[in-house]
Design a protein around this ligand. Structure first.
Ligand code: NAP
Ligand code: MG
Length: 477
Protein backbone atom coordinates (compact mmCIF):
# COMPACT_ATOMS: atom_id res chain seq x y z
CA UNK A 1 0.00 0.00 0.00
CA UNK A 2 1.44 3.38 -1.07
CA UNK A 3 0.61 6.52 0.90
CA UNK A 4 0.53 10.19 -0.09
CA UNK A 5 3.59 12.21 0.86
CA UNK A 6 2.67 15.41 2.69
CA UNK A 7 4.84 17.51 5.02
CA UNK A 8 7.61 14.89 4.76
CA UNK A 9 5.35 12.08 6.01
CA UNK A 10 3.64 9.21 4.24
CA UNK A 11 -0.09 9.70 5.00
CA UNK A 12 -3.36 8.01 4.01
CA UNK A 13 -5.91 9.94 2.03
CA UNK A 14 -8.64 11.39 4.22
CA UNK A 15 -11.23 9.27 2.41
CA UNK A 16 -9.16 6.10 3.17
CA UNK A 17 -9.94 4.84 -0.36
CA UNK A 18 -7.38 3.30 -2.68
CA UNK A 19 -6.73 2.62 -6.39
CA UNK A 20 -5.09 -0.62 -7.58
CA UNK A 21 -1.69 -0.42 -9.29
CA UNK A 22 -1.34 -2.62 -12.38
CA UNK A 23 1.75 -4.06 -14.04
CA UNK A 24 1.28 -3.39 -17.79
CA UNK A 25 3.45 -6.39 -18.65
CA UNK A 26 0.85 -8.86 -17.32
CA UNK A 27 -2.21 -6.78 -16.42
CA UNK A 28 -2.06 -7.93 -12.78
CA UNK A 29 -2.52 -5.80 -9.66
CA UNK A 30 0.59 -5.66 -7.47
CA UNK A 31 0.07 -2.68 -5.15
CA UNK A 32 -2.32 0.18 -4.46
CA UNK A 33 -2.15 3.95 -4.10
CA UNK A 34 -4.30 6.49 -2.28
CA UNK A 35 -7.51 7.63 -3.94
CA UNK A 36 -7.27 11.20 -2.70
CA UNK A 37 -9.62 14.15 -3.05
CA UNK A 38 -9.73 17.91 -2.60
CA UNK A 39 -9.15 17.67 1.19
CA UNK A 40 -5.79 15.96 0.65
CA UNK A 41 -4.79 18.58 -1.91
CA UNK A 42 -5.71 21.26 0.61
CA UNK A 43 -3.47 19.67 3.26
CA UNK A 44 -0.60 19.48 0.75
CA UNK A 45 -1.03 23.10 -0.34
CA UNK A 46 -1.03 24.26 3.29
CA UNK A 47 2.14 22.31 3.95
CA UNK A 48 3.82 23.80 0.86
CA UNK A 49 2.73 27.30 1.87
CA UNK A 50 4.12 26.84 5.38
CA UNK A 51 7.43 25.68 3.95
CA UNK A 52 7.57 28.51 1.42
CA UNK A 53 6.95 31.14 4.07
CA UNK A 54 9.16 29.37 6.62
CA UNK A 55 12.29 27.27 6.20
CA UNK A 56 12.47 27.36 2.40
CA UNK A 57 12.59 31.15 2.18
CA UNK A 58 15.35 31.25 4.81
CA UNK A 59 17.67 29.11 2.70
CA UNK A 60 20.10 30.91 0.43
CA UNK A 61 20.12 29.99 -3.26
CA UNK A 62 23.44 28.17 -2.73
CA UNK A 63 21.89 26.11 0.09
CA UNK A 64 18.94 25.15 -2.13
CA UNK A 65 21.49 24.11 -4.74
CA UNK A 66 23.33 21.92 -2.24
CA UNK A 67 20.07 20.16 -1.31
CA UNK A 68 19.26 19.49 -4.97
CA UNK A 69 22.80 18.23 -5.54
CA UNK A 70 22.41 15.86 -2.59
CA UNK A 71 19.09 14.63 -3.98
CA UNK A 72 20.70 14.03 -7.37
CA UNK A 73 23.36 11.88 -5.71
CA UNK A 74 20.75 10.05 -3.61
CA UNK A 75 18.70 9.22 -6.71
CA UNK A 76 21.86 7.90 -8.40
CA UNK A 77 22.53 5.65 -5.38
CA UNK A 78 18.99 4.27 -5.69
CA UNK A 79 19.10 3.93 -9.49
CA UNK A 80 18.54 0.17 -9.60
CA UNK A 81 15.62 0.29 -7.17
CA UNK A 82 13.95 3.19 -9.01
CA UNK A 83 14.44 1.60 -12.43
CA UNK A 84 12.87 -1.66 -11.26
CA UNK A 85 9.94 0.20 -9.74
CA UNK A 86 9.37 2.13 -12.96
CA UNK A 87 9.75 -1.00 -15.07
CA UNK A 88 6.98 -2.70 -13.13
CA UNK A 89 4.68 0.29 -12.74
CA UNK A 90 4.92 1.60 -16.33
CA UNK A 91 6.05 -1.42 -18.37
CA UNK A 92 9.28 0.27 -19.42
CA UNK A 93 11.99 -2.02 -20.79
CA UNK A 94 15.01 -2.04 -18.45
CA UNK A 95 17.15 0.20 -20.69
CA UNK A 96 14.40 2.83 -20.85
CA UNK A 97 13.73 2.72 -17.11
CA UNK A 98 17.45 3.19 -16.43
CA UNK A 99 17.64 6.05 -18.91
CA UNK A 100 14.76 7.75 -17.08
CA UNK A 101 16.60 7.52 -13.74
CA UNK A 102 19.77 8.89 -15.37
CA UNK A 103 17.75 11.83 -16.71
CA UNK A 104 16.28 12.48 -13.25
CA UNK A 105 19.79 12.55 -11.79
CA UNK A 106 20.81 15.08 -14.47
CA UNK A 107 17.75 17.30 -13.92
CA UNK A 108 18.49 17.66 -10.21
CA UNK A 109 22.19 18.15 -10.95
CA UNK A 110 21.52 20.79 -13.60
CA UNK A 111 19.05 22.72 -11.45
CA UNK A 112 21.31 22.39 -8.39
CA UNK A 113 23.96 24.30 -10.32
CA UNK A 114 21.45 26.85 -11.62
CA UNK A 115 20.03 27.98 -8.23
CA UNK A 116 22.63 30.67 -7.50
CA UNK A 117 22.95 31.84 -11.09
CA UNK A 118 19.43 33.19 -11.49
CA UNK A 119 19.63 36.93 -11.09
CA UNK A 120 17.96 40.17 -12.06
CA UNK A 121 19.34 43.18 -13.90
CA UNK A 122 20.09 46.83 -13.28
CA UNK A 123 18.31 49.13 -15.70
CA UNK A 124 19.30 52.56 -17.01
CA UNK A 125 16.67 55.15 -16.02
CA UNK A 126 16.44 58.86 -15.22
CA UNK A 127 19.24 60.54 -13.35
CA UNK A 128 18.86 60.26 -9.58
CA UNK A 129 17.38 56.76 -9.78
CA UNK A 130 18.68 53.24 -9.42
CA UNK A 131 16.43 50.59 -10.89
CA UNK A 132 16.86 46.86 -10.68
CA UNK A 133 14.86 43.66 -11.01
CA UNK A 134 14.47 40.63 -8.79
CA UNK A 135 13.35 37.21 -9.96
CA UNK A 136 11.04 35.98 -7.21
CA UNK A 137 9.49 32.53 -6.86
CA UNK A 138 5.72 32.27 -7.42
CA UNK A 139 5.25 30.56 -4.04
CA UNK A 140 3.40 27.24 -4.23
CA UNK A 141 3.59 25.54 -7.62
CA UNK A 142 1.26 22.73 -8.73
CA UNK A 143 2.62 19.99 -11.00
CA UNK A 144 0.31 17.66 -12.94
CA UNK A 145 2.50 14.88 -14.30
CA UNK A 146 1.55 12.33 -17.00
CA UNK A 147 2.29 8.61 -16.95
CA UNK A 148 4.67 8.35 -19.89
CA UNK A 149 7.87 9.68 -18.27
CA UNK A 150 7.00 10.15 -14.59
CA UNK A 151 10.55 10.53 -13.30
CA UNK A 152 11.79 12.71 -16.15
CA UNK A 153 8.83 15.07 -16.08
CA UNK A 154 8.91 15.23 -12.27
CA UNK A 155 12.64 16.08 -12.51
CA UNK A 156 12.30 18.81 -15.09
CA UNK A 157 9.24 20.39 -13.53
CA UNK A 158 9.84 20.07 -9.78
CA UNK A 159 13.63 20.48 -10.19
CA UNK A 160 13.16 23.83 -11.93
CA UNK A 161 10.46 25.02 -9.52
CA UNK A 162 12.53 24.21 -6.43
CA UNK A 163 15.66 25.80 -7.91
CA UNK A 164 13.69 29.01 -8.45
CA UNK A 165 12.61 28.94 -4.77
CA UNK A 166 9.08 27.53 -4.97
CA UNK A 167 7.50 24.73 -2.89
CA UNK A 168 5.67 22.03 -4.80
CA UNK A 169 2.46 20.01 -4.79
CA UNK A 170 2.66 17.16 -7.27
CA UNK A 171 -0.19 15.12 -8.77
CA UNK A 172 1.23 12.17 -10.70
CA UNK A 173 -0.96 10.22 -13.14
CA UNK A 174 -2.69 7.40 -11.27
CA UNK A 175 -0.97 4.89 -13.57
CA UNK A 176 2.51 6.04 -12.64
CA UNK A 177 2.96 7.17 -9.02
CA UNK A 178 5.44 4.78 -7.44
CA UNK A 179 8.77 6.26 -8.52
CA UNK A 180 7.64 9.80 -7.73
CA UNK A 181 6.50 8.83 -4.22
CA UNK A 182 9.85 7.14 -3.64
CA UNK A 183 11.85 10.17 -4.84
CA UNK A 184 9.84 12.46 -2.54
CA UNK A 185 10.84 10.21 0.38
CA UNK A 186 14.49 10.33 -0.75
CA UNK A 187 14.29 14.14 -0.77
CA UNK A 188 13.03 14.14 2.83
CA UNK A 189 15.84 11.74 3.78
CA UNK A 190 18.47 14.07 2.43
CA UNK A 191 17.24 17.16 4.23
CA UNK A 192 14.51 18.89 2.23
CA UNK A 193 12.30 20.63 4.81
CA UNK A 194 8.70 19.41 5.34
CA UNK A 195 6.42 20.85 2.65
CA UNK A 196 9.04 21.51 -0.05
CA UNK A 197 7.82 18.50 -2.06
CA UNK A 198 4.33 17.04 -1.51
CA UNK A 199 2.82 14.25 -3.59
CA UNK A 200 -0.93 13.49 -3.69
CA UNK A 201 -2.20 10.58 -5.77
CA UNK A 202 -5.64 10.03 -7.28
CA UNK A 203 -7.64 10.66 -10.43
CA UNK A 204 -7.07 13.70 -12.59
CA UNK A 205 -10.69 14.87 -12.64
CA UNK A 206 -10.68 14.87 -8.81
CA UNK A 207 -7.23 15.72 -7.42
CA UNK A 208 -5.84 17.29 -10.62
CA UNK A 209 -8.92 19.49 -10.83
CA UNK A 210 -8.70 20.33 -7.10
CA UNK A 211 -5.06 21.38 -7.54
CA UNK A 212 -5.89 23.61 -10.51
CA UNK A 213 -8.76 25.19 -8.54
CA UNK A 214 -6.96 25.71 -5.25
CA UNK A 215 -6.56 29.42 -4.46
CA UNK A 216 -3.29 28.68 -2.63
CA UNK A 217 -1.57 27.46 -5.80
CA UNK A 218 0.34 30.25 -7.54
CA UNK A 219 1.47 28.52 -10.75
CA UNK A 220 0.57 25.28 -12.52
CA UNK A 221 2.80 23.20 -14.70
CA UNK A 222 0.89 20.63 -16.77
CA UNK A 223 2.06 17.97 -19.22
CA UNK A 224 -0.54 15.78 -20.90
CA UNK A 225 -3.33 15.83 -23.43
CA UNK A 226 -4.62 18.96 -25.21
CA UNK A 227 -8.11 18.23 -23.83
CA UNK A 228 -7.03 18.34 -20.19
CA UNK A 229 -4.64 21.23 -20.95
CA UNK A 230 -7.69 23.28 -21.98
CA UNK A 231 -9.53 22.33 -18.77
CA UNK A 232 -6.55 23.33 -16.62
CA UNK A 233 -6.22 26.61 -18.48
CA UNK A 234 -9.91 27.40 -18.05
CA UNK A 235 -9.85 26.57 -14.35
CA UNK A 236 -6.67 28.56 -13.72
CA UNK A 237 -7.99 31.51 -15.74
CA UNK A 238 -10.78 32.04 -13.19
CA UNK A 239 -8.19 33.29 -10.71
CA UNK A 240 -5.58 34.39 -13.28
CA UNK A 241 -3.12 31.75 -12.19
CA UNK A 242 -0.26 31.33 -14.68
CA UNK A 243 0.18 27.94 -16.34
CA UNK A 244 2.83 26.19 -18.38
CA UNK A 245 1.37 23.66 -20.81
CA UNK A 246 3.15 20.86 -22.64
CA UNK A 247 0.53 19.09 -24.74
CA UNK A 248 2.36 16.74 -27.04
CA UNK A 249 2.89 16.77 -30.78
CA UNK A 250 2.79 15.08 -34.15
CA UNK A 251 6.44 15.64 -34.77
CA UNK A 252 7.89 15.18 -38.28
CA UNK A 253 11.17 13.64 -39.36
CA UNK A 254 11.92 15.34 -42.69
CA UNK A 255 14.28 13.31 -44.88
CA UNK A 256 15.83 14.84 -48.01
CA UNK A 257 17.34 12.74 -50.79
CA UNK A 258 20.90 13.87 -49.90
CA UNK A 259 20.62 12.68 -46.27
CA UNK A 260 22.96 10.17 -44.66
CA UNK A 261 20.36 7.41 -44.43
CA UNK A 262 22.59 5.04 -42.48
CA UNK A 263 22.76 7.64 -39.74
CA UNK A 264 19.11 8.66 -40.02
CA UNK A 265 17.39 5.26 -40.01
CA UNK A 266 18.14 4.03 -36.46
CA UNK A 267 17.33 7.48 -35.06
CA UNK A 268 14.02 7.69 -36.93
CA UNK A 269 13.03 4.24 -35.68
CA UNK A 270 14.05 4.90 -32.10
CA UNK A 271 12.15 8.20 -32.06
CA UNK A 272 8.85 6.35 -32.60
CA UNK A 273 9.38 3.05 -30.77
CA UNK A 274 11.07 4.47 -27.67
CA UNK A 275 8.69 4.02 -24.72
CA UNK A 276 6.32 2.20 -27.12
CA UNK A 277 5.60 5.49 -28.88
CA UNK A 278 4.16 7.01 -25.72
CA UNK A 279 6.36 10.09 -25.97
CA UNK A 280 5.19 13.67 -26.42
CA UNK A 281 8.15 14.34 -28.73
CA UNK A 282 7.80 11.01 -30.62
CA UNK A 283 8.79 11.35 -34.28
CA UNK A 284 5.42 10.01 -35.42
CA UNK A 285 5.53 11.26 -39.02
CA UNK A 286 8.27 10.64 -41.55
CA UNK A 287 8.22 12.97 -44.56
CA UNK A 288 10.45 11.72 -47.33
CA UNK A 289 11.64 13.36 -50.56
CA UNK A 290 10.00 11.61 -53.51
CA UNK A 291 13.26 10.33 -55.07
CA UNK A 292 14.10 8.17 -52.04
CA UNK A 293 10.56 7.48 -50.75
CA UNK A 294 10.20 3.86 -51.94
CA UNK A 295 13.75 2.74 -51.08
CA UNK A 296 13.55 4.37 -47.64
CA UNK A 297 10.16 2.74 -46.97
CA UNK A 298 11.70 -0.61 -47.83
CA UNK A 299 14.57 -0.14 -45.41
CA UNK A 300 12.26 1.18 -42.68
CA UNK A 301 9.91 -1.75 -43.31
CA UNK A 302 12.71 -4.30 -42.85
CA UNK A 303 13.72 -2.65 -39.60
CA UNK A 304 10.10 -2.53 -38.33
CA UNK A 305 9.57 -6.21 -39.14
CA UNK A 306 12.60 -7.06 -36.99
CA UNK A 307 11.34 -5.17 -33.89
CA UNK A 308 10.37 -7.36 -30.94
CA UNK A 309 7.78 -6.53 -28.31
CA UNK A 310 7.55 -8.16 -24.89
CA UNK A 311 7.49 -7.85 -21.11
CA UNK A 312 9.50 -4.98 -19.63
CA UNK A 313 11.86 -7.38 -17.86
CA UNK A 314 12.92 -8.97 -21.19
CA UNK A 315 14.28 -5.56 -22.23
CA UNK A 316 13.34 -5.90 -25.91
CA UNK A 317 12.88 -3.09 -28.44
CA UNK A 318 9.38 -2.30 -27.21
CA UNK A 319 7.50 -2.93 -23.94
CA UNK A 320 3.73 -2.93 -23.30
CA UNK A 321 1.53 0.17 -23.46
CA UNK A 322 0.60 1.70 -20.13
CA UNK A 323 -2.97 0.38 -19.78
CA UNK A 324 -5.86 -1.35 -21.52
CA UNK A 325 -7.44 1.98 -22.49
CA UNK A 326 -4.26 3.14 -24.21
CA UNK A 327 -4.07 -0.12 -26.18
CA UNK A 328 -7.66 0.37 -27.27
CA UNK A 329 -6.85 3.93 -28.36
CA UNK A 330 -4.01 2.64 -30.55
CA UNK A 331 -5.98 -0.30 -32.00
CA UNK A 332 -8.88 2.06 -32.80
CA UNK A 333 -6.50 4.30 -34.77
CA UNK A 334 -5.18 1.26 -36.64
CA UNK A 335 -8.70 0.01 -37.40
CA UNK A 336 -9.46 3.44 -38.86
CA UNK A 337 -6.32 3.21 -41.03
CA UNK A 338 -7.43 -0.21 -42.34
CA UNK A 339 -10.97 0.99 -42.98
CA UNK A 340 -9.65 3.95 -45.00
CA UNK A 341 -7.34 1.75 -47.06
CA UNK A 342 -4.06 3.07 -45.64
CA UNK A 343 -1.23 0.71 -46.55
CA UNK A 344 0.62 -1.14 -43.79
CA UNK A 345 4.24 -1.61 -44.91
CA UNK A 346 5.43 -3.69 -41.97
CA UNK A 347 4.69 -4.73 -38.40
CA UNK A 348 6.94 -5.89 -35.58
CA UNK A 349 6.42 -9.07 -33.60
CA UNK A 350 5.00 -9.71 -30.12
CA UNK A 351 7.13 -12.50 -28.60
CA UNK A 352 5.49 -15.74 -27.49
CA UNK A 353 6.60 -15.18 -23.87
CA UNK A 354 4.41 -12.04 -23.57
CA UNK A 355 1.67 -12.75 -20.99
CA UNK A 356 -1.83 -12.67 -22.46
CA UNK A 357 -2.98 -10.07 -19.92
CA UNK A 358 -0.30 -7.49 -20.94
CA UNK A 359 -1.04 -4.48 -23.14
CA UNK A 360 1.16 -5.27 -26.14
CA UNK A 361 1.09 -3.52 -29.48
CA UNK A 362 3.45 -4.36 -32.34
CA UNK A 363 5.05 -1.33 -34.04
CA UNK A 364 3.37 -0.48 -37.35
CA UNK A 365 4.70 1.43 -40.37
CA UNK A 366 1.98 3.04 -42.50
CA UNK A 367 2.62 4.51 -45.95
CA UNK A 368 1.04 7.26 -48.10
CA UNK A 369 -0.99 8.60 -45.18
CA UNK A 370 -3.04 11.57 -46.49
CA UNK A 371 -2.06 14.76 -44.72
CA UNK A 372 -5.59 15.47 -43.48
CA UNK A 373 -6.14 11.94 -42.12
CA UNK A 374 -6.34 11.59 -38.33
CA UNK A 375 -3.25 9.35 -38.46
CA UNK A 376 -1.31 12.30 -39.85
CA UNK A 377 -2.92 14.85 -37.55
CA UNK A 378 -3.48 13.40 -34.07
CA UNK A 379 -1.21 11.89 -31.43
CA UNK A 380 -1.66 8.11 -31.46
CA UNK A 381 0.66 7.71 -28.47
CA UNK A 382 1.67 4.25 -29.61
CA UNK A 383 4.39 2.77 -31.88
CA UNK A 384 2.79 3.85 -35.17
CA UNK A 385 4.80 5.73 -37.81
CA UNK A 386 3.00 7.52 -40.66
CA UNK A 387 5.05 8.01 -43.85
CA UNK A 388 4.32 10.39 -46.71
CA UNK A 389 6.31 11.72 -49.69
CA UNK A 390 7.13 15.34 -50.50
CA UNK A 391 8.17 17.02 -53.77
CA UNK A 392 10.54 19.80 -52.68
CA UNK A 393 11.52 22.05 -49.80
CA UNK A 394 8.33 24.15 -49.90
CA UNK A 395 6.17 21.06 -49.90
CA UNK A 396 8.17 19.61 -46.97
CA UNK A 397 7.58 22.78 -44.95
CA UNK A 398 3.87 22.76 -45.85
CA UNK A 399 3.46 19.16 -44.66
CA UNK A 400 5.60 19.66 -41.55
CA UNK A 401 3.48 22.63 -40.46
CA UNK A 402 0.13 21.09 -41.47
CA UNK A 403 -0.94 19.91 -38.00
CA UNK A 404 -2.18 21.86 -34.99
CA UNK A 405 0.99 20.80 -33.12
CA UNK A 406 4.55 22.15 -33.15
CA UNK A 407 6.76 20.49 -30.54
CA UNK A 408 9.83 18.96 -32.22
CA UNK A 409 11.07 18.43 -35.78
CA UNK A 410 13.98 16.47 -37.26
CA UNK A 411 15.60 17.54 -40.54
CA UNK A 412 17.93 15.19 -42.41
CA UNK A 413 20.03 16.77 -45.15
CA UNK A 414 23.69 17.47 -45.92
CA UNK A 415 22.90 20.86 -47.50
CA UNK A 416 23.91 23.56 -44.99
CA UNK A 417 21.73 26.31 -46.43
CA UNK A 418 18.71 24.03 -46.44
CA UNK A 419 19.37 23.01 -42.83
CA UNK A 420 19.01 26.60 -41.67
CA UNK A 421 16.12 27.46 -43.99
CA UNK A 422 14.19 24.47 -42.70
CA UNK A 423 15.01 25.31 -39.08
CA UNK A 424 13.60 28.80 -39.65
CA UNK A 425 10.46 27.72 -41.50
CA UNK A 426 9.30 24.78 -39.39
CA UNK A 427 7.07 25.99 -36.57
CA UNK A 428 8.14 23.94 -33.59
CA UNK A 429 9.80 24.51 -30.24
CA UNK A 430 12.84 22.40 -31.08
CA UNK A 431 14.42 21.58 -34.44
CA UNK A 432 17.12 18.93 -34.69
CA UNK A 433 19.37 18.80 -37.76
CA UNK A 434 20.83 15.36 -38.56
CA UNK A 435 19.89 14.10 -35.11
CA UNK A 436 16.74 13.90 -33.03
CA UNK A 437 16.04 14.42 -29.35
CA UNK A 438 19.71 15.19 -28.57
CA UNK A 439 20.04 12.52 -25.90
CA UNK A 440 17.38 13.81 -23.51
CA UNK A 441 18.61 17.38 -23.53
CA UNK A 442 18.15 18.39 -19.90
CA UNK A 443 19.93 21.64 -20.80
CA UNK A 444 17.76 22.44 -23.84
CA UNK A 445 14.60 24.58 -23.51
CA UNK A 446 11.59 22.50 -24.51
CA UNK A 447 7.99 23.39 -25.30
CA UNK A 448 5.49 24.03 -28.01
CA UNK A 449 4.24 26.27 -30.74
CA UNK A 450 0.49 26.23 -31.44
CA UNK A 451 -1.51 23.49 -29.64
CA UNK A 452 1.65 21.84 -28.34
CA UNK A 453 1.36 24.37 -25.53
CA UNK A 454 3.33 27.33 -24.24
CA UNK A 455 5.99 28.20 -21.75
CA UNK A 456 9.30 26.38 -21.69
CA UNK A 457 10.59 23.66 -19.41
CA UNK A 458 14.10 22.21 -19.25
CA UNK A 459 17.27 24.26 -19.40
CA UNK A 460 17.83 27.59 -17.71
CA UNK A 461 14.89 29.07 -19.61
CA UNK A 462 12.47 27.13 -17.38
CA UNK A 463 13.55 29.20 -14.39
CA UNK A 464 12.05 32.32 -15.95
CA UNK A 465 8.67 30.56 -16.04
CA UNK A 466 8.99 29.47 -12.43
CA UNK A 467 9.61 33.05 -11.26
CA UNK A 468 7.93 36.45 -11.45
CA UNK A 469 9.92 39.56 -12.19
CA UNK A 470 9.75 42.47 -9.76
CA UNK A 471 11.10 45.91 -10.70
CA UNK A 472 12.41 48.09 -7.88
CA UNK A 473 13.00 51.80 -8.54
CA UNK A 474 14.94 53.79 -5.92
CA UNK A 475 15.04 57.57 -6.09
CA UNK A 476 18.15 58.77 -4.32
CA UNK A 477 18.72 62.13 -5.96
P1 NAP B 1 -4.33 13.24 -19.55
O1 NAP B 1 -5.69 12.84 -19.19
O2 NAP B 1 -4.11 14.58 -20.13
O3 NAP B 1 -3.42 13.07 -18.23
C1 NAP B 1 -2.30 13.86 -17.89
C2 NAP B 1 -2.38 14.24 -16.42
O4 NAP B 1 -3.51 15.09 -16.19
C3 NAP B 1 -2.57 13.04 -15.49
O5 NAP B 1 -1.87 13.27 -14.27
C4 NAP B 1 -4.06 13.06 -15.27
O6 NAP B 1 -4.45 12.38 -14.10
C5 NAP B 1 -4.33 14.54 -15.16
N1 NAP B 1 -5.72 14.94 -15.38
C6 NAP B 1 -6.69 14.27 -16.07
N2 NAP B 1 -7.85 14.96 -16.03
C7 NAP B 1 -7.61 16.09 -15.33
C8 NAP B 1 -8.41 17.21 -14.95
N3 NAP B 1 -9.70 17.31 -15.30
N4 NAP B 1 -7.84 18.20 -14.23
C9 NAP B 1 -6.54 18.12 -13.87
N5 NAP B 1 -5.74 17.08 -14.18
C10 NAP B 1 -6.26 16.07 -14.91
O7 NAP B 1 -3.71 12.17 -20.50
P2 NAP B 1 -4.15 10.62 -20.58
O8 NAP B 1 -5.63 10.45 -20.59
O9 NAP B 1 -3.42 9.90 -19.54
O10 NAP B 1 -3.65 10.29 -22.02
C11 NAP B 1 -4.49 10.62 -23.14
C12 NAP B 1 -3.68 11.13 -24.27
O11 NAP B 1 -2.97 12.33 -23.87
C13 NAP B 1 -2.57 10.23 -24.73
O12 NAP B 1 -3.00 9.25 -25.57
C14 NAP B 1 -1.64 11.22 -25.37
O13 NAP B 1 -2.03 11.52 -26.67
C15 NAP B 1 -1.77 12.44 -24.53
N6 NAP B 1 -0.68 12.54 -23.56
C16 NAP B 1 0.34 13.38 -23.85
C17 NAP B 1 1.40 13.48 -22.98
C18 NAP B 1 2.54 14.37 -23.26
O14 NAP B 1 3.62 14.12 -22.79
N7 NAP B 1 2.34 15.44 -23.99
C19 NAP B 1 1.42 12.74 -21.81
C20 NAP B 1 0.35 11.90 -21.52
C21 NAP B 1 -0.70 11.84 -22.40
P3 NAP B 1 -4.95 10.84 -14.13
O15 NAP B 1 -4.23 10.17 -15.24
O16 NAP B 1 -4.53 10.36 -12.79
O17 NAP B 1 -6.41 10.87 -14.30
MG1 MG C 1 1.14 1.17 -13.26
Amino acid sequence: MQLNFIDNYPVSSMSMRSIPVIDPSDGLVFDDIQHSDAQDIDAAVQSARGCFEGPWSRLSAAERGRLLQRLSARVAEHADELALLEQRDCGKPTKQARADVAALVRYFEFYAGACDKLHGETLPYQSGYSVFTWREPHGVTGHVIPWNYPMQIFGRSVGGALAAGNCCVVKPAEDACLSILRVAQLAADCGFPPGAINVVTGFGHEVGQALAEHPGVDHISFTGSPRVGTLIQQTAAKRHCPVTLELGGKSPQIVFADADLDAALPVIINAIVQNAGQTCSAGSRVLVEQAIYQPLLERLGQAFAALRVGPAGMDLDVGPLIRAGQKKRVTDFLAEARRDGIRTVAEGEIVAEAPAGGYYQAPVLLADVPVQHRLAQEEVFGPVLAAMPFRDEDHAVELANATRFGLVAGVWTRDGGRQLRMARRVRSGQVFINNYGAGGGVELPFGGYKSSGYGREKGFEALYGFTVLKTVAVRHG
